[in-house]
Design a protein around this ligand. Structure first.
Ligand SMILES: [Zn+2]
Length: 323
């Protein structure tokens, strides 16, 4: 596939400075990053083009070569780039990033190297902590964010006639504590990024939210899988039972086989997080804890003594005596 003109891809003039190119790259790469465009194949293709254009224009030698010959030349060995992965797993678009994907990601969205990457940019960044439920099932979250916006009175010039603008005191921007609403796609996890279009420093910029997910008192999350404990009675464990297992999608009837031991783990396939980004579903794992009954009566004690006779061997016979 012939490579597109990297200047065109990044939307910068041929005489753009390194800083201008870097700024354009960061802005476009953030906007089209696959992580903020879950399931959008065209965004992924665009991101790939942007990354390839950046690889050419960031290296003075390669940029110079392109300017002279119109050829991008080969990336130096070991440089990150996009590779065709061939037939990937279902849902895969066939491309994979051969460099450290996380490095690119954190460089685009966090400080990395001092100073805010959003400085002098139309975009803005904020952190947002969301409830467990909205993260796993998706939802709409309202929050307040303090984001610098262009001053409306002076249209960002900082001037009002011959004096400084009274609203922004000559700075051209005002800090607004605005109520915002954002749609959370199902399957978002801590570290995920969400783009809110048109809500950056200016109307041309976007707001990037760095997501933190609150814990849950009962459900634990491991990627798209959910884990939780389910208590059963001694007779249920011995004889088997049909019980209701709580999952994030509601209660699910499940059979406990006769002779289930405490600590045994079972799986409900596809009952974990249904991830909008990967279009796949995790599983729900539930671990059995066998509850001993509270025995207070003589009759109860007699029954327990009968149970004691059922232990054919010493349950601790196989344990080591120590180190
Ligand atoms: Zn102003």
């Amino acid at each position: 596939m012939a490579m597109r003109d990297p200047y065109e891809v990044l939307g910068v003039p041929r005489n753009a400075t390194e800083a201008e190119i870097k700024k354009a790259y960061r802005r476009l790469a953030r906007k089209h990053h696959p992580d903020v465009n879950p399931g959008d194949a065209s965004a992924q293709k665009k991101f790939q083009e942007i990354a390839a254009a950046w690889e050419v224009l960031k290296e003075p030698a390669r940029r110079d070569r392109f300017d002279r010959t119109g050829e991008a030349g080969e990336a130096p060995p070991g440089a990150p780039g996009w590779a065709q992965a061939g037939r990937g797993p279902a849902g895969s678009t066939g491309f994979h990033w051969t460099g450290d994907f996380r490095d690119v990601f954190s460089d685009l969205f966090s400080g990395g190297g001092g100073g805010s990457p959003f400085e002098g940019d139309d975009d803005a960044a904020a952190e947002l902590t969301i409830p467990f439920r909205d993260a796993v099932l998706g939802g709409t979250v309202s929050f307040r964010a303090r984001v610098p916006r262009r001053c409306g009175r002076c249209a960002g010039t900082g001037r009002s006639g011959r004096s400084a603008c009274a609203v922004c005191h000559g700075t051209g921007s005002v800090s607004e504590n605005e109520k915002r609403t954002v749609r959370i796609p199902a399957g978002v996890d801590s570290g995920s990024k969400i783009r809110v279009p048109g809500k950056g420093r200016t109307e041309q910029g976007d707001l990037y939210l760095s997501i933190q997910v609150e814990g849950h008192p009962y459900f634990r999350r491991d990627g798209d899988d959910i884990a939780a404990e389910v208590p059963v009675t001694v007779p249920e464990a011995y004889l088997g039972a049909e019980i209701e297992v709580p999952t994030i999608h509601g209660g699910v009837r499940a059979k406990i086989p006769a002779g289930t031991a405490s600590g045994q783990r079972f799986r409900l396939k596809g009952k974990g997080v249904i991830n909008a980004r990967t279009a796949s579903a995790g599983d729900h794992y539930y671990r059995i804890t066998v509850l001993t009954p509270d025995v207070r009566t003589e009759g109860g004690r007699a029954l327990v003594k009968e149970i004691a006779k059922l232990y054919a061997i010493d349950p601790r016979a196989g344990l080591p005596r120590g180190l």
